[in-house]
Design a binder for this molecule. Structure first.
Ligand code: ASP
Ligand code: MG
Length: 469
């Protein structure tokens, strides 16, 4: 029978009722003979609250921490009362939650005393969200008669580097340790319930895998155990051909490749942690995105070898907002090796991430896209570092733009895709400001005025008849 890692996050564990519902779902799969490892995220909104609390602690805001503690206790106790019916189990979980929150309060008090919040102590604070939620799910599963056991990511052997806030797993050690730890449990019929998002360095110091990191935990464990599939349970039916708020006829995609999914997560489809597909890709483990509230629907399956159907050219279109276009120009750039390196070096040093790049063969200008909130810093940094040195004459910027990204593995080697995209855009009278296509040919991205963005997405969706797929 199938071995599955299931990750539950966001709204699927938003309340006690939902936790009970999720626990029933897990129990059903177990009784059908599935072997399951459950990975749990923090209750909805809790990670954001922990971030705010750690900031307030740094500022010495004792009142805030006092109120925060009351709120966080109440939220988790309420959920427990709704989720766990058996009295002794419920009391045990309530006690665990209280002890855990006392520990959290001590950490926050420590931050108040030293008046300093290091990335390390911040990760310690953030680890509490998953510790609390997972305890409740664990209690609920036991209440339903399942032989479940609670573990943190650290307990099961997920080891990372010490890049706090965005730590990377050391996959070789991790895979070995997770296998050693979890396999004997599964053989004994135990259902491990594991905190998502949190892990530890080799010295045992708490780390987190970056926002949305529970997905990553799930695929790391999945890779270590060589499971049949990893299921990411969320509150949508799967990945869509486009945002249904923009294109009302948008459809769920039944299947796509790891590469296509990677292009989509990068371009803000936000369905998953951007790096979560890596471990799955490496071990070739299919990942399924499914709706916890609609389990009859099989969701979207992400696989290595996606079957390209004839006519399957463009798969999905995303609109990326809150971006800005920066243009660096000057005749001195022509034929001058190292110009691009200088420009990007400045951005790298300023920690500014580039979303998209284009340079025409005339070499007289380089255009790139960044997050809009970084615009002022970007222009300043470039002007200070590069202007008046004969190379660059001007740095200009536009912030009323957006990126349309068109994704699909069938685009590769298919002539005429770009022409169809741009004709569809032209027919609607929309002007294109900048274009980029990587040589992977999986993605064509272009920039239009912000007010034209949604219309451009609809035009392409219609041109490739994505509502009929
Ligand atoms: N709780 C963490 C976050 O909100 C991790 C996750 O939800 O996957 O980012
Ligand atoms: Mg989350």
């Amino acid at each position: 029978m199938k071995k599955i890692v299931m990750k539950f996050g966001g709204t699927s564990v938003a309340s006690g009722e939902n936790i009970r519902y999720v626990a029933n779902l897990i129990t059903n799969y177990v009784s059908q003979g599935y072997t399951i490892v459950a990975v749990i995220s923090a209750l909805e909104g809790v990670t954001d609250k922990l971030i705010e609390a750690s900031e307030q602690a740094k500022k010495g805001n004792r009142n805030y921490i006092y109120e925060f503690k009351k709120e966080i206790i109440e939220k988790h106790l309420t959920a427990t009362r709704k989720a766990v019916e058996n009295k002794p189990i419920r009391e045990e979980i309530e006690q665990t939650l209280k002890t855990t929150i006392d520990e959290l309060e001590k950490v926050l008090t420590g931050i108040i005393y030293v008046g300093e919040l290091t990335p390390k102590s911040r990760d310690y604070v953030l680890s509490f969200g998953e510790r609390l939620s997972t305890s409740i799910v664990w209690g609920t599963l036991r209440d339903l008669g399942l032989n479940a056991q609670y573990y943190t990511g650290k307990d099961v052997g997920i080891v990372t580097d010490s890049n706090f806030g965005e730590a990377s797993p050391l996959m070789n050690v991790t895979k070995h340790q997770v296998k050693e730890k979890i396999e004997p449990l599964l053989e004994k019929g135990i259902v491990p319930v594991v905190t998502g998002y949190i892990a530890a360095t080799q010295d045992g110091v708490n780390t987190t895998l970056g926002r949305g990191g529970s997905d990553y935990t799930a695929t790391i464990i999945g890779a270590a155990l060589d499971v049949d599939e990893v299921w990411i349970w969320t509150d949508v039916d799967g990945l869509m051909t486009s945002d249904p708020k923009i294109v009302s006829s948008a459809k769920k995609m039944p299947e796509l490749s790891f590469q296509e999914a990677t292009e989509m997560t990068i371009f803000g489809a936000r369905a998953m942690h951007p790096r979560a597909l890596e471990p799955a890709m490496e071990e070739n483990i299919p990942v399924r995105i499914r709706n916890v509230f609609n389990p009859e629907n099989l969701g979207t399956l992400i696989v290595e070898e996606q079957r390209i159907k004839p006519g399957d050219i463009v798969k999905a279109i995303t609109l990326v907002k809150d971006v800005a276009l920066v243009n660096v120009s000057g005749a001195g750039m022509i034929g001058a090796p190292g110009t691009a390196a200088k420009v990007f070096d400045v951005l790298g040093r300023e920690n500014i991430n580039i979303l998209m790049i284009s340079q025409s063969v005339s070499e007289a200008n380089i255009s790139f896209m960044i997050q809009r909130k970084l615009l002022e810093r970007t222009v300043n940094a470039l002007e200070i570092a590069l202007l008046g040195r004969g190379l660059i004459r001007e740095v200009t910027a536009e912030d009323d733009v957006c990126v349309v990204a068109v994704v699909g593995a069938g685009m590769r080697g298919t002539p005429g895709v770009a022409s169809r995209i741009f004709s569809a855009i032209a027919l609607r009278g929309i002007n294109i400001r900048m274009i980029a296509q990587g040589s992977s040919e999986l993605n064509i991205s272009f920039v239009v005025e912000e007010t034209d963005g949604e219309e451009a997405v609809r035009a392409i969706h219609e041109e490739f008849k994505l509502d009929k797929i």
